[in-house]
Design a binder for this molecule. Structure first.
Ligand code: ZN
Length: 147
């Protein structure tokens, strides 16, 4: 059990929780999306500034457990500078990873791979998934919003 918890709270996860690199807001963001995970009380809001088909800047604000906030920090870090297509591939890979699939080798997951240990804790998957669910919802709303 101790080993499993070690896997859940890996050093890189704690580091993102303690020192999130992409927290904040973007006044000129085209995408603003937020969501909650009521099972745990996690809240996240993402701001994304798009430019030339890329997620030029990604910032988040939130509160909640270590997993939810670390996942948001990792996701913001990893998505910034990516094209929308690359971002979608990363988020699809994370959804697969949570289901126990091997990540698509073409998806650049970076620190997000540290979240693989979360899948052993089914109630915590929703904590991790909140971040990509919110960003995906924002991207989809933007794509269909006619901006
Ligand atoms: Zn949580």
């Amino acid at each position: 059990m101790v080993e499993q918890l070690d896997e859940l709270y890996r050093e890189v996860i704690l580091e993102h929780f303690k020192n999130p690199t992409h927290s904040g807001e973007l006044p000129d963001a085209q995408i603003r999306a937020s969501g909650v995970n009521p099972l745990c009380g996690d809240e996240l809001a993402f701001h994304v500034k798009l430019r030339d088909g890329r997620l030029e800047r990604v910032r988040f604000r939130g509160k909640g457990c270590v997993i939810s906030q670390a996942a948001a920090s990792m996701l913001a870090t990893q998505l910034e500078g990516k094209t929308v297509r690359e971002a979608e591939r990363i988020m699809d890979a994370m959804k697969g990873l949570m289901k126990g699939q091997e990540p698509d080798a073409s998806a650049d997951l970076g620190d997000l791979e540290a979240l693989a240990g979360v899948r052993k804790f089914p109630v915590r998957i929703k904590c991790a998934a909140l971040s990509w669910n919110v960003v995906e919802q924002g991207l989809e709303a933007h794509a269909h919003g006619g901006h």
